[in-house]
Design a protein around this ligand. Sequence first.
Ligand code: E4P
Length: 220
Amino acid sequence: MKFFVDTADLKEIKELAATGLLDGVTTNPSLVAKSGCASFVDLIKEICSIVSGPVSAEVGATDFDTMLEEGRFLAKLAKNIAVKVPLTPAGLKVCKSLSEDGVMVNVTLCFSAAQAILAAKAGATFVSPFVGRLDDIGQNGMQLIADICQIYSNYPEFKTEVLVASVRHPQHVVQAAQIGAHVATIPPKIIMQLFGHPNTDKGLAQFVEDWKKCGQKILP
Ligand code: E4P
C-alpha cells in the first residue's frame, strides 16, 4: 500500500519525506490556499524536487479547454506530476486526453462507485474517493472503497488505482489496507498518529531504564 501525504506545506513534506515512508503527495486548492505560498507553480516544482513519487497538482478551471491547457502546463513542470481534475464530464474528457498523452491523472471528488467506473474508463491513473466527507454526511466512506476495489477487480483492463482521500483517522488507513486499496493520502497529523501506541511509549521507557541499570553497552 502506498502512502501519500495530503498537504501543500513544504516543511511537513520535507519532514515526512525524511522518514522514507512517503510515496507521493496530494494537494488541492484549499491546501494550497492554507499554505500561503506566493506561487502555486513554484510550490509544485519544489514539492516535485523533494518527493520522487506522484505529486498531484489540481487544475483551477472547470471548463474543458482551460483545464486541458492548465493540465498540459502542469504536466511539463516535472516528470512526477499527476494532474488532478474534478469528476465532471469536462474533467473526465480532460483525463482521457491527458492520459492518452501519457500524463498521470488523479480524478478527484469521487463520491460514488458509478463515478469511479467512469474515471477508470477515462484512463485515470488514480481515482480519489473522499471517505471522510461521506462519513460526515452519514454515509459509509469505507464501503465505497470496498465497492470500487471489487468492481475494478472484475475488469483487469482497468489500470486505475484507488486513492483513498479525505482520511480523518488511523482506522480509515487500516480499513483501506484491509480492503486492498492501492493508496491512501493522509494528512501529516494522522501519519504521525499511525506510529503511536501508549504501550510502545511505556515499554520503551522501561527498556531504557533497565538498560541503564544493567550497565551494558553495544558500541566499543
Ligand atoms: C485529496 O486529494 C483530497 O483533496 C483531500 O483528501 C480532501 O480531504 P478533506 O475532505 O479533509 O478536505
